[in-house]
Design a protein around this ligand. Structure first.
Ligand code: IFM
Length: 446
């Protein structure tokens, strides 16, 4: 496996996590309940009934985890702030102990020479807001902006760049359309107001962050969409899916319009959610960077019957991760070129804010993860050589953690976590990533 990639000086190496997936301590120091606490407690919602109540106990062990990051030589660490830890009911009263945790985390990161990159929302909505409609309620966008300002006022003197939302596509579709994630609603396309309100929340928060001189990114899980054949029906189905998965979340932010969703039978105003002026509002703050979470491409065919206007089909011959996801590194290069072709000058610099894979626990010495990372970094370096502006790479994930509806069954970490004892053990991929970062830094010292 290559252990050097021709990436520019200043390219940032990082690792990513999210609050509910690692922190635990869900009832400590005044944290309020989140939709994930409630969803995970529902019988049958999560594999084996796992919850994030303890997770990696990072809330108590963050210093040990920062020592692991320092051992890797990371430039940056992407984590998320738990909204219900900071504003327990989602609106109004701020919890000083919650803010103090992130204050300590940021100081300890800086002390270790690591730049903090916080995400303000990674799916753990305060249950208090969900009780009033959650992201289906326009008001949630305004509450998010208030919460963003509270966190930025506390940490903005030390944290230069921020991510507003993580993967609004996944949160909307799994959480509100299909019900496989919290809050477990099954509204199908009528979930789309939740997408619009998240984008509105992003823009309101982005303006407040910009007013404070801070940089703003939005991270989404984008996928190259491949029609299963050249037939007009498969191509049309692929276009409909691309509009839903990708363009719904990037077009309004980057070019100030929603894609045409008529092939999905969705009205232009997303079931009344889009008010006059909203799309300009979403576009106007601009983005200082696009956060790209890349895992795999999606192959799409014409529908087989009534219902959805597309069918998701298998990618034949692709190797699979332990999660069953196809491994297609070159699709990352295609996606980067596609974004540049579609958005041109409107495309801001890109940061890969997630990329990684789940590997079965008994796989030693973690070779599939090393191969996954190396092959993706290889095509990333090619794309950069071809002129795409990519500024950094944050692997998912630093630690094995709570993988949502899969509980603790999927292990994405560079560091193994024994969830009984909380013992952390760096894997072979940890050593590989550490050496890679070191050789990149040495190459650019010369
Ligand atoms: O664990 C998730 C993360 O929370 C969001 N992006 C994808 C990861 C792997 O499924």
């Amino acid at each position: 496996m290559p252990d050097r990639f021709d990436l520019p000086a200043g390219f940032r190496w990082g690792a990513a996590t999210a609050a509910y997936q690692i922190e635990g301590a869900v009832e400590e120091d005044g944290r309020g309940p989140s939709v994930w606490d409630v969803f995970a407690a529902r019988p049958g919602a999560v594999r084996d009934g796992h919850t994030g109540a303890v997770a990696c106990d990072h809330y108590h062990r963050y210093l040990e985890d920062i020592a692991l990051m320092r051992g890797l030589g990371l430039d940056g660490y992407r984590f998320s702030v738990s909204w219900p830890r900071v504003v327990p009911t989602g609106a109004g009263t701020v919890n000083p102990a919650g803010l103090a945790f992130y204050d300590r985390l940021v100081d300890a990161l800086l002390e270790a020479g690591i730049t903090p990159l916080p995400t303000l929302f990674h799916w753990d909505l305060p249950q208090g807001l969900e009780d009033g409609g959650g992201w289906l309620d326009r008001d949630t966008a305004y509450r998010f902006a208030e919460y963003a300002a509270v966190v930025a006022d506390r940490l903005g003197d030390r944290v230069p760049a921020w991510i507003t939302l993580n993967e609004p596509f996944v949160h909307t579709v799994f959480g509100y359309a299909l019900g496989t994630h919290a809050p477990g609603r099954t509204l199908m396309f009528e979930a789309l107001p939740a997408a619009h309100h998240q984008l509105l929340a992003h823009s309101l928060a982005a303006s407040l962050l910009h007013e404070r001189g801070l940089e703003v990114m939005l991270s989404n899980n984008l996928t190259p969409v491949w029609p299963a054949s050249d037939s007009a029906e498969d191509v049309a189905a692929a276009e409909a899916y691309d509009a839903l998965h990708n363009r719904l979340f990037t077009d309004p932010v980057l070019v100030g319009r929603y894609p045409d969703l008529s092939a999905l039978g969705v009205p232009d105003d997303l079931y009344g959610a889009v008010h006059p002026g909203d799309v300009d509002l979403i576009h106007s703050p601009g983005l200082d960077g696009l956060g790209l979470n890349y895992y795999n491409p999606t192959r799409v065919a014409a529908p087989v019957g009534p219902g959805l206007p597309f069918t998701l089909v298998d990618i034949p011959d692709a190797p699979r991760t332990a999660f069953g996801w196809p491994v297609v590194p070159d699709a990352l290069r295609q996606l980067l070129h596609h974004l540049r072709d579609v958005y041109g000058a409107a495309l801001p610099p890109i940061t890969i804010t997630e990329n990684g894979c789940s590997v079965a626990e008994d796989t030693s010495p973690d070779q599939p993860r090393i191969e996954f990372l190396a092959t993706h970094l290889d095509v990333l370096a090619e794309a950069v050589a071809e002129g795409i502006d990519v500024r950094g790479y944050y692997t998912w994930s630093l630690l094995d953690n709570y993988e949502w509806a899969e509980g603790y069954h999927q292990r994405f970490g560079l560091v193994h976590v024994d969830f009984e004892t909380q013992v952390r053990t760096p894997k072979a991929s940890y050593a590989w990533y550490r050496d890679l970062i070191e050789s990149h830094q040495n190459d650019h010292l010369r």
